[in-house]
Ligand binder design. Structure first.
Ligand code: ZN
Length: 266
């Protein structure tokens, strides 16, 4: 039977609707990679903020600047905070995100937990300490050290206060470094598929240090993030790519983390 004009009209109507939905989603162009349980989708958001989506769960990392900035993304199931600085930890944004769902798990280091206001945030928190494995929704979350090793920078991120996170999901390992330099602990990481590494001065590390660390622990894919220096310039990511070298087989994945200026730089 041939479709009637009405049926054709419906096909065109729904087709146009689907195109519109796609256009709306494309504001957040995520990167996809296969895992044993469906795709992991990576959404670079801004500076240190990123969102991961996997197996029906959304993980927000260091969300700041208001929940509005994350509108259009899947609602969070897990929120990870790396440390106390304002470009990573923003209680007002966390309150908006946590009160939205009622089921959101907040994972933070002790120094952040101590700064949480009483109420929903304090009630949904799990304190991440080094070596403790936290299981949420089929994902294993582990805090790892993040700190400055250069003496004149240790005041920014003293050892033991902030953390990075290792996430194991669907056979893949994702490393979110937090604010750190290339520490001995980072150098010993193995089997990292995706690494988010900061490189800004004076707060974290230079591209030379980042390249050395990358060549040491050999992640498959590196997202440079948190790469705006305190003077407003950006770290030289082309230099990073040169220093890591194509022969390493490591992909340096450059994404637009700074489409507009924010205010926090630490
Ligand atoms: Zn920072």
């Amino acid at each position: 039977m041939r479709p009637s004009y009405l049926e054709w009209a419906l096909v065109v109507w729904f087709g146009a609707g689907a195109a519109l939905v796609q256009a709306a989603e494309s504001q957040w162009a995520g990167d996809r990679m296969a895992t044993s349980q469906g795709d992991l989708v990576v959404y670079p958001i801004h500076h240190a903020t990123l969102v991961l989506q996997w197996a029906g769960k959304a993980v927000y990392v260091d969300p700041v600047g208001g929940a509005k900035r994350l509108a259009g993304l899947p609602k969070p199931d897990v929120v990870l905070v790396t440390h106390i600085h304002g470009d990573h930890f923003d209680a007002a944004t966390l309150e908006e995100l946590v009160s939205g769902g009622g089921h959101v798990r907040l994972v933070v280091p002790r120094a952040v937990a101590e700064k949480l206001p009483k109420g929903p945030l304090a009630e949904s928190v799990t304190v991440a300490t080094e070596g403790k494995k936290i299981e949420i929704g089929g994902m294993a979350i582990e805090a790892v050290p993040a700190y400055n090793i250069t003496p004149q920078r240790q005041k920014f991120h003293p050892k033991g206060r902030g953390v990075g996170y290792l996430l194991r999901l669907g056979g893949k390992t994702v490393y979110i470094a937090g604010d750190t330099e290339g520490t001995p602990e980072m150098g010993k990481l193995t089997g990292v598929d995706v690494a988010f590494l900061p490189m800004n001065l004076p707060y974290t590390m230079s591209v030379e240090q980042a390249a050395r660390a990358i060549r040491e622990f050999k992640p498959k894919i590196v997202y440079p993030y948190h790469f705006r220096n305190s003077d407003g310039t950006m770290a030289d990511l082309e230099k990073l790519q040169r220093l890591v070298g194509a022969e390493s087989g490591i992909e340096i994945r450059v994404r637009p983390w700074y489409p507009r200026e924010g205010s926090n730089r630490q």
